[in-house]
Design a protein around this ligand. Structure first.
Ligand code: SAH
Ligand code: TRP
Length: 325
């Protein structure tokens, strides 16, 4: 039965989200070096900023991924006979349309499930998709994909999209846990379409996060705004500078905020005061770059078989189609 409007399953409500954010902030800000989980950029303002920066000319990853998806969407739907399309970290679900349209043409696609921590992004994507595709049954899960994968609905022929290189924002142990957890809720034959950034020229990798309009810097600093609001904190946003580095040992781009002077910050909601020395760095995200062999081995270890590897023409990004064994 098709429902006539999007349905929502809220696994991470306002209270629960605030609790998780407080716990993560205390854990990361009391360590040396200080760090934050990249999940907390995405309040309503952060999701909007992300959507803008991902369309900026220097951010080649989104463009490369769209090109590959446009080229291979018909192969993906023919290989999977997708009935339920699930998207993790779905955001605005823009590139997703390529798969939805191919799935409709193929005649098998019935349902779309968006899964994101950002309720505002999910609500606006669900509204856009339901207006565009009245034939599509739309469901949204507000949740954390590292904790709430049990919220994914059962069906035959599920295809999970995990795009945007978001998997690279997880640290290696969290990545392994996510892939194993995902495999555990899937059935043999279900599929995963995964987009990953590839190791390429360090300067190009760094430049992708240094757009001249400063959108990425604003997005990076937005996490401090989120903390100020949610934790009653008093980060002086303008005193933190956007820094991007390539870490050749870990093969990830590091997104950092540098304190431009000594700073003391009080986080009232958790009764914590922290201090930054001048020049101290706070790591707000890593964006891992992959090689074909490495990510294929990680997928295999989690119980997936890689069936296709589609790099973009410049070999800076690849989309891989893997099957749950
Ligand atoms: N897939 C989109 C958006 C990528 S940005 C694209 O390719 O453009 C990453 C998305 O993942 C954001 O929408 C963010 O809100 C979401 N996200 C980040 N951490 C998450 C988590 N732990 N659980 C669920 N969603 C998360
Ligand atoms: N998955 C995206 C990436 O790693 C997320 C992202 C894009 C991002 N731009 C950012 C994260 C800027 C932090 C800061 O490329």
């Amino acid at each position: 039965m098709l429902s006539d409007r999007p349905t929502f399953d809220v696994r991470l409500g306002t209270e629960e989200k605030a609790r998780a954010l407080r716990a993560d902030a205390v854990a990361g800000l009391t360590e040396h070096p200080k760090w934050l989980r990249p999940t907390w950029f995405y309040d309503a303002h952060g999701s909007m900023l992300f959507d803008e920066l991902s369309h900026a000319p220097g951010y080649y990853l989104a463009r490369a991924e769209s090109t590959v998806l446009a080229e291979h969407a018909a192969d993906v739907v023919a290989d999977t006979d997708v009935r339920t399309l699930i998207e993790l970290g779905s955001g605005a679900s823009t590139k997703t349309r390529l798969i939805i349209e191919a799935g409709h043409e193929h005649g098998t696609l019935r349902r779309f499930v968006g899964f994101d921590v950002s309720e505002s992004a999910l609500a606006s994507a669900a509204a856009t998709l339901s207006a565009r595709y009245p034939w599509l049954d739309i469901h949204a899960v507000v949740g954390d994909f590292t904790r709430h994968l049990d919220a994914l609905p059962a069906d035959e022929n599920r295809l999970v999209l995990f795009l945007g290189g978001t998997i690279g924002n997880l640290l290696p142990p969290d990545r392994a846990q996510l892939l194993c957890g995902l495999r555990a809720v899937l059935a043999p034959g279900d599929a995963l379409l995964l987009g990953v950034g590839l190791v390429t020229d360090p300067e190009a990798m760094v430049r992708a996060y240094q757009d001249p309009d400063g959108r990425t810097a604003e997005f990076n600093r937005n996490v401090l705004r989120v903390l100020n609001r949610a934790l009653g904190a008093d980060f002086p946003i303008e005193a933190f500078e956007h820094v991007v580095r390539w870490d050749a040992e870990h093969e990830w781009v590091q997104l950092l905020l540098r304190a431009t002077r000594p700073i003391e910050v009080t986080l009232a909601a958790v009764d914590l005061t922290i201090s930054f020395t001048a020049g101290e760095l706070l790591c707000t995200a890593v964006s891992t770059r992959f090689h074909r062999a490495g990510i294929s081995a990680e997928l295999a270890a989690a119980g997936f078989t890689v069936e296709h590897w589609w790099p973009d023409g410049t070999e800076r990004f690849a989309v891989t189609l893997a099957r749950a064994r």
